[in-house]
Design a protein around this ligand. Structure first.
Ligand code: XMP
Length: 511
């Protein structure tokens, strides 16, 4: 295993992902884990991630120098590089020359880490402080205008560091730098892939669950389907799947889920129609976080009710959730990460949860989950389904959720999906939320009369893992068809607008 020490979650996730992409298993550990615990995991290498802190700030996370004396190869990145320099006796200075974004890097002496890379490359930087002197025994490999020591290495001790972010796509040769460290310096072997977790996960689930019973909430998305299929492989009949129809689904979705999932897995599926319960709980609520928390809570209450109903001779102790890595990170699960929004199955869980959670996908990224799904024999229809959030249309009807407004959004969404599919765009876009605005109204002219209606927003995005996203360039003729059909079909809508914001600064969903 390669350990990625987390100094600021968003960065650590990405590094872990890049390491796995070259078929080396990686795990993220918090920066405050004692070195002896890290070493107990017998890591083949350790990578110190970047992070938002400055080494000068009071309470800034530091690195125990013992980490560098254990003979384990270590690479420091950005903040990790500076913390490493400081721990090894080098010097970090406030140079006042911050560098953010694309920066030109000059490789002055490539050493082993930067060998076979062009002398000048463009890299992604994000730092205020700089290493001004490399620790003794280390050679300086590169510089930028603002960073006199932008990379260093000590080949005998297998310790290296870079000031930039080789893990982001905008850094040229970034993946090559990581590979040089992993393969040439640390001697890792590329023998892991996402499907190799299947066996481990099955064993782990069996260990956790024993002969007790498990309930799984299916949402129709790939995550819960893969999680359920894994648990079914592990404990078979002990699993009951529950599909909660919370009334916030898209047109035809409930029928499709029932059909596809049962067909593919033969699993025992209970359908709970709880739309009234969710609508009642959401009545009058407009705040996005409050809506998310209510939906999260009602999901769990529904599972608890179903579990009680099913509880013939043995209580159900476990709840399976298809929680992914990005959900955990963005709900503030990673140490030092900000809470952006409470994903319904992480930050939205009630405190008095009566189940223990089984979350076999908690460390995986979406593309890895798809690989696991195919490995488990799930059909492509399920595995390649576009993401749809658990809180469903509840977070796409901006403001108060009512039956009438849901109905309008459902129609607009169905038209959009139909036209996107007809244009062959399903695999080209990551997903396309359709959003009904709340407080905003606009004047229109429909059927010779003035109207004062609601706008619909189309939010097509491309993405690799939902952590970052770009707006998708949908052909104008497709947009035109969608717009005309929506305004014809929904008298309440007199305007269709396109969201052309990337993530960041926006998020994918509007709430
Ligand atoms: P954001 O809006 O955070 O969305 O950029 C990132 C991805 O996550 C989906 N999403 C959710 N999925 N429960 C889910 O299962 C949630 O509460 C939730 N909120 C957002 C969103 O559709 C996108 O794919």
């Amino acid at each position: 295993v390669v350990l990625v020490v987390d100094f600021g979650a968003q960065y650590a996730q990405l590094i872990a992902r890049r390491v796995r992409e070259v078929n080396v298993y990686s795990e993220i550990v918090p920066h405050n884990m004692p070195v002896r615990e890290m070493l107990a995991k017998e890591p083949a290498a350790i990578i110190l991630s970047g992070g938002p802190a400055s080494v000068y700030v009071d309470g800034a996370p530091s690195v125990d120098p013992a980490l560098f004396n254990a003979g384990v190869p270590v690479m420091g990145i950005c903040y990790g590089f500076q913390a490493m320099a400081q721990a090894l006796g080098g010097q970090v200075a406030h140079t006042g020359a911050s560098e953010y974004g694309r920066t030109s890097l000059c490789i002055t002496s490539p050493g082993q880490l930067l060998s076979r890379i062009p002398h000048t490359i463009s890299v992604w930087m994000s730092h205020g402080d700089s290493v001004s002197r490399a620790p003794e025994g280390f050679s300086t490999l590169a510089r930028t205008a603002g960073a006199p020591v932008a990379a260093f290495e000590n080949v005998e001790r297998k310790l290296v560091g870079v000031q930039w972010h080789p893990e982001v796509q905008h850094s040229e040769s970034g993946q090559t730098v990581l590979e040089h460290f992993l393969f040439d310096i640390a001697g890792c072997r590329p023998d892991w892939n996402a499907s190799s977790i299947v066996g481990d996960q099955i064993a782990q689930i069996r260990g956790q669950v024993g002969d007790r019973r498990v309930i799984c909430g299916l949402s129709g998305g790939v995550d819960s389907a893969v999680a359920a299929a894994l648990v079914q492989r592990a404990v078979g009949d002990q699993l009951t799947c529950v599909f909660v129809d919370h009334g916030l689904l898209r047109q035809g979705e409930a029928e499709q889920v029932k059909h596809d999932f049962v067909e593919a897995t033969g699993a025992d599926l209970v359908v709970a129609d709880e739309s009234q319960r969710f609508l009642d709980a959401l009545a009058g609520v407009t705040d996005p976080e409050a809506k998310r928390k209510i939906i999260g809570r009602e999901f769990i209450r529904t599972f608890e009710d179903v579990a009680k109903r099913l509880n013939a001779d043995q209580t159900i102790d476990f709840l399976v959730q298809g929680t992914l890595y990005p959900d955990v990170v963005e709900s503030g699960g990673g140490e030092g990460a900000a809470n952006i929004k409470s994903h319904h199955n992480v930050g939205g869980l009630p405190d008095d949860l009566q189940f223990s959670l089984v979350e076999p996908l908690r460390t995986l990224f979406k593309d890895e989950v798809r690989t696991v799904g195919l490995e488990l024999g799930l059909p492509e229809d399920i595995v390649w389904r576009q993401p749809f959030p658990g809180p469903g249309l509840g977070i796409r009807v901006i403001g108060e959720v009512t039956k009438e407004r849901l109905e309008v959004l459902r129609t607009a969404d169905a038209i959009t999906r139909e036209e996107m599919s007809a244009a062959g765009l399903d695999r080209k876009v990551w997903q396309c939320p359709v959003v009904l605005l709340g407080d905003v109204h606009s004047v229109g002219v429909q059927g010779d009369g003035r109207t004062y209606g609601s706008p619909i927003v189309l939010r097509p995005v491309t993405s690799e893992d939902a952590m970052t996203a770009d707006w998708a360039r949908i052909p104008y003729d497709v947009l035109e068809k969608i717009s005309t059909r929506i305004t014809n079909a929904c008298p309440q809508i007199n305007r269709v607008v396109l969201d052309i914001t990337s993530k960041p600064p926006a998020t994918i969903e509007w709430e």
